[in-house]
Design a binder for this molecule. Structure first.
Ligand SMILES: NCc1ccc(-c2ccco2)nc1
Length: 330
């Protein structure tokens, strides 16, 4: 079997939400597919009423296939300081025609304010390695790891688009979704993320700088976070850019003249080019003249984070069979 689901950008492409059917009869929730975590959690009938603000909830009592995992619980905190916790059920979960009959569905009892404020997001679906899963007393598998043995191929792909619907596919690589070749880099899953080594970068039409940096590919992150040396080099070539201490990041004119950013994959010279307009991430004020930069520093994290700003420019293959990450232009 395979699965193919359309994923939709929220305002400013801050996150991408994908419809997921849970239970019998199906309850459809819009989830943030996150290769940077491994919990599938949802707003639910158990979520404190004051914390629900327009989200669609999953109610296990209305599902004939829901089973409570007695004594199981979960609690998660993300890099942006958002968090959630609750109980665990198993139920049927279907994504783009692909069904896992008994998937751990983590129902939220409490969520942090940031989730309450995001009325479009009904939960997250982790696509990181299950060693990151927070369920106790026994860690649970992700949807992909549960589906993997049945898939035509042990892969899933992300095809995010700037301001337009894209796709998450499971079990196959769509040859029509990319141009040129897919270049693969080995993945080290020891810390649970999809970790690979970027080989360098170029600014605009400038020379390529060879510099290896450990990176994670994170569909649940909005921006492209890179080593400060790279970020300083990039913005030094962006007229009118500056570091805004109040905002805690670089800003630049949103005037369409921002240079592209290219990053290297593997040592065969393959690169992915992020158009400069993607790096004019979002206006910092109603005047719309200044934008917050889509490229920021990865200081203090320990590796670079290739989030949606980079992913929008590529077709990405998460190949668990060969433990490798494939990048292609599109
Ligand atoms: N990188 C995982 C992730 C995804 C979304 C969110 C989030 C917070 C408020 C709304 O959304 N936080 C963390």
């Amino acid at each position: 079997p395979t699965g193919s689901a359309e994923t939709n950008p929220q305002e400013h492409d801050i996150e991408y939400l994908t419809p997921v059917s849970i239970g019998t009869p199906p309850q459809v929730l819009n989830l943030d597919f996150d290769t940077g975590s491994a919990d599938l959690w949802v707003f639910s009938s158990e979520t404190s009423k004051s914390a629900v603000n327009g989200q669609t909830i999953y109610d296990p009592a209305k599902s004939s296939t829901a089973k409570k995992m007695q004594g199981y619980s979960w609690q998660i905190a993300y890099g942006d300081d958002s968090s959630a916790r609750g109980d665990v059920y198993t139920d049927a979960v279907t994504i783009g025609g692909l069904t896992v009959s008994s998937q751990a569905v983590e129902v939220a009892k409490t969520v942090s304010d940031a989730f309450t404020s995001d009325s479009d997001l009904d939960g997250l679906l982790g696509l990181g390695f299950s060693t990151l899963n927070t369920v106790e007393p026994v860690q649970q598998k992700t949807f992909f790891e549960k589906a993997r043995p049945e898939l035509d191929a042990p892969v899933f792909t992300a095809d995010l688009r700037a301001g337009a619907p894209g796709h998450f596919n499971f079990g196959f690589i769509d040859p029509g979704a990319y141009t040129g070749n897919i270049t693969y880099a080995p993945v080290d899953n020891n810390i649970g993320w999809w970790v690979w080594t970027s080989s360098g970068y170029a600014v605009g039409s400038g020379a390529f700088t060879n510099t290896s940096s450990p990176s994670i590919t994170d569909t649940g992150a909005t921006l492209l976070l890179l080593p400060s040396s790279v970020v300083e080099d990039y913005y030094a070539q962006v007229t009118g850019s500056q570091y805004d201490h109040f905002l805690g990041g670089y800003t630049l004119p949103c005037n369409g003249s921002t240079p592209d950013f290219s990053f290297g994959v593997g040592d065969s010279g393959a690169t992915i080019t992020v158009p400069g307009r993607y790096i004019e991430y979002a206006p910092t004020s109603t005047s719309g003249k200044t934008c917050f930069g889509g490229i920021q520093a990865d200081d203090g994290i320990g590796f670079s984070i290739y989030g949606d700003i980079a992913l929008k420019a590529a077709f990405v293959v998460f190949d668990a069979g060969n433990m490798q990450l494939g990048w292609a232009s599109k």
